[in-house]
Structures are given as structure tokens and as C-alpha cells.
Design a protein around this ligand. Sequence first.
Ligand code: GLU
Length: 468
Amino acid sequence: MSTIRTRFAPSPTGFLHVGGARTALFNWLYARHTGGTFILRIEDTDLARSTEQSVQAIFDALAWLGIDWDEGPFYQSRRLAIYNQHIDRLVDEGHAYYCTCSADQIERMRERARAKGAKPKYNGTCREKGLAPTPGAVVRFKAPVDGTTVVADKVKGDIVFANEEQDDFILRRSDGMPTYNLAAVVDDASMAVNTIIRGDDHVMNTPKQILLYQALGSPLPEFAHVPMVLGNDRTRMSKRHGATSVTAYRDMGLLPDALINFLARLGWSYGDQEFFTRQELIEKFDLDRVGKSAGIFDAVKLNAINADHIQAATAQAIAPQLLPFLAAQGWQAHDDAYLHSAIATLQPRSKTLQEMALQAHFYYNEGLNLDEKAAKKFLKGSVLEPLRDLRQGLAELDGFDEPSLERIFVQLMEKFEIKLGKIAQPVRVALTGTSVSPGIFEIMVVLGKQRVLDRLDRAIDYIESSNG
Ligand code: GLU
């Protein structure tokens, strides 16, 4: 096949759903994997439901995910003349016709069909009338009445549809707007899209679209219908299963690479490998490995994958993404060496950026509040002397690195005949205000000598004042 051309064609009627993002991702990965072209098309012909905010929300979500496009965005609402040209041609060539049946007539037709146990479809009243265009008339496709249409699906295999089941479906509505099937086929054909990857909720549209390609004399693309994303109770992913909007995951502190990794695994697999970098996904993604069974959206697994990506990323890469979370905590942080070294200590302990920001409090809270329980438990009179001694040893230290710090602690333990645990916890409380943090040597190096001395002084004051 010539160069692969894929597209993502969202209808801008709300935020970008994780299922939609998975569709965008598969198309993008396939284009990137094959060195092809990825097109973005906004399907906004439903004027009542499409909004500018939704378009923006889709752009924002794709930008955050790092899914970029080579052509577009094309807006269907700006291409009405093109659809009309094709509809007129289909009428001229006998593949479509004007229909003036009223909504009531259609309803009665359907009821009669249902009463007979037949499929409720248009009965062809206007099919052979050769009606001229009149205001309010719709244009219908003259669907073949016999034979079959086969969808040769890359994921599902051949799916055979009997043409007699096919309705004379509408191409142009009474308000003059094209229908989804018409606009999608005209666009996919004229944009030379040759691979259509989308959710299998569209399988029923595909025979209609194939008939349209044939009527228009355009070559058929390949179709790959991917099973829907399901919640862990195996019903279609919805709000009940957790957030469904892509940007909600951004706001919870997921890394875009982690969500990409997770979404790629919803329906695609590569042996039993779970962790993939973006580059690896591009190298390894192929339609052959897209499975027939639905992907289950498991939020616990998503968090675990996010933790792995946080661990694998560089602190420099995490820093700009962490800043908004730190700001939300009220911390004035900057993308600088201090932040990078702080992040490095928190990477192994954070599942999300949100968690990381919470744990980073002591790096930024200069007025450190001592947690009362921790202070009472660990800042006791018995550690006053060792803390004073430690403070003095640290003050005299030239290099403030882990080996030097360790040496000071070893001397202290020998002098006071105490174990590390006895002194580490009071020091931790002094430096972080709490009893949980990364290793004390690590955080001391990051905090730097002055902050460490100030905080030890404060702890010493606290012990002195609380012990009268
Ligand atoms: N606008 C359609 C949707 O959002 C696109 C379907 C397609 O990919 O053909 O479902």
C-alpha cells in the first residue's frame, strides 16, 4: 500500500473521552509507526450540539497527550459546498434521489413494517419518482436491494451484511446539512485516507459507507474496528467507572506518557510487556496486534503504570508538569536545580504528580509546621544533646554531600551510643515536620546546609521550650 493516511474525526459535543483518545492514539501511532500521515478532522455538522469549547477541549487534550497531526484541523462545517457537490453528483448519476415523505409518513411506514415483523426501514415511496429538489426535501441513497456488502475488517475479519437490510439512508437532511455517513466518506475519499481505525460502535455504518465509496467511484480504505473500552464490570466505560475525560487525568497528576501507555494497551498488546515509552509504542504498534476483545479500563493499573513512568522519567521532564500542582498547594516553586533534586527524591514514592506535590511540602514550606503528634513522639528531651551535637558537626562541615553527612551521623551514633533509628526520626521530624519522608541524607543534601541548620535550631528550641 502507498503511504498510510489515517485520521481522527471527533464530533465536538463534549470533552475528549478516554475511548476517543484511544482511537486518536491508535491512528496516530499507526501513522507514526509507518511513516504515514495523521489527519485531524472536526465533525461539526451537528450545529446544535457542536461547540467551540468542545473543539478547544479536544485540542487541549490532544496537545497534552502529545498527539500531533500533520494535516488539518479540517472543519466539516466549512466544507458544505463540497458535500453538496457530491450529493448532487450522486443524484445526477442515479445513486440518490429526493424524497418528500413527511415525518408522519415515515413513522407510519415504520410501524407497519414493525407490525409485520420486518425491519423498520424506508419503503422506497419516492425512490423511482425522479423528484426535483424542493425546500425541505431530503436526499436519500438508492441502496442496492440484493447482494451483500462485505466489511473486510483488519481486526474482526470479514463481516457480511445483506444489502436488503440496508435502508435508503439519508445523505442530506431537510435543513440542507449532510449526514455523518455522507460527509465522512466524502472527506475520507477526498483526503485520501486509506486506513480508518475507530471504535466498533461504528461497524453498522461501515456497509453504508462502503456502498457510498462504490457509488462515488472511490477506492475503499482499510477498516479496523477496535472493541469499545469497558469499565471493570465489563459494561461500556462511563462516569460510574471513574473519570472519562482525558483532561481529568491530567488534573489528577498523570503523566501523558503514562496515559498513552495505558490507552495503547486497551486493545493492543505486545507479548506480556506492560511498560512502554512513547518511542517504543511508535516502534512496536501495529494493527496485527490489536485484539478482538475489549480493553478494560482498570484505574488501579493506570496508577501503577503512572508510578512506573514517574520513576522512569527524568526530574527535568517532570518539573514543568509538577509546577501547577505545587502552585495549587500554595508553594512558590521554579523550574530550577532545587526542584529537580527535590523531585529525584520523590520519584520512587509518588504514584501521581498530585501525590508528589503533597509530599514536596517540606521543600517549599519555609515556615514548616511541626506535626504535633510526630513532634511529641520524637522531639523529646533525650535527643536534645545529640541534636545540638549534630547541628554543630553539620555547621562545621565543608562539603554537604551524602558521604560527609553519613560520617557525621556515624560519629554521633558512636559518641552517644545510639542506633541510627533513634536519631533519624527526630531529624526527620525536625527537617520535614512529619515522620514520613524520603531518606534523611537525601533530603538534607537537597535542602542544603542553611535550611538544615535553621530547621534543627527550630527543633532544638521546640524541645527546650516544651521541656521547660
Ligand atoms: N465523528 C464520528 C465520531 O466521533 C467519527 C466516526 C468515524 O471515525 O468515522 O464518532
